[in-house]
Design a protein around this ligand. Sequence first.
Ligand SMILES: [Zn+2]
Length: 273
Amino acid sequence: MSYKIKKESIREELVSQLAFYKHGTKKQQKIAGKIEELVNTIHCFQCLDTRQSWYFRDIKHRLDGNGDYYTMSCAICSTDDWLKNNLSNEIYGASGIKLFSKENYSGAERFKALEEYVIKVNPELDTQDPVYKKTEKKVLIIKKNTRNLKAEIGNIINKCQKMLRAHYGDITALASLLSNIEVNISNCENDNEQEQILCEEVEENKFMYVKIKNNSTTKKKSILGLCEYNKYKLDINIISHLLISENEAANKLCKNIVNKQASNDIAELSEMF
Ligand SMILES: [Zn+2]
């Protein structure tokens, strides 16, 4: 009988759904990771290793009040035997994974069953993806050699003010953001490229987002070995967006960055732009 023949298409369809999730939203990617761990260990895709499936009871037996369905052992990896009668066909195996009809060969439905299972086992996966609207990116690039760092920082902060004001007119809401930018760009001593994400809530659900890459360096110079001074090679890249958070997850992510609480959140937001 055809239901006893292993169908390779089940696994193939399931894996193609998995590939779709792997390139999906953050939430889908996390779920895909858990499903992939399972898929790599599953031997029987007909029953997802529950070793069971279900089928319809013979019409002449249904009037006994014991239901229209029965659970059976998997016809592919087990003995294809009746196990018990069921009132409903919403049946789950001992592992918590949904059982399928012995004549169901859908990879997509099995993918959904595995998704339901991994969320049940890892409830932290069932979180909203953050949703944002953002304004067009503005970019400020500074490449310059100077001896007078203080004056240059003043110039850069002026340019930043203009850039941010183009996103959001009320510059007073950006005072602390500008002072954090100033702290960042004043640091030219560190030779490693540094990336910093700054975020400031300018009004309810609106955040100014700034990413600074500072690769500036300092060299000590002297005139005839007498008068020592610093020569600064400024190499700074600043980008900005105005973010409008459109759900609670996005709001929370931004607020955590404003409060400098979560490096994970910063990484997550950084990947988005
Ligand atoms: Zn099986």
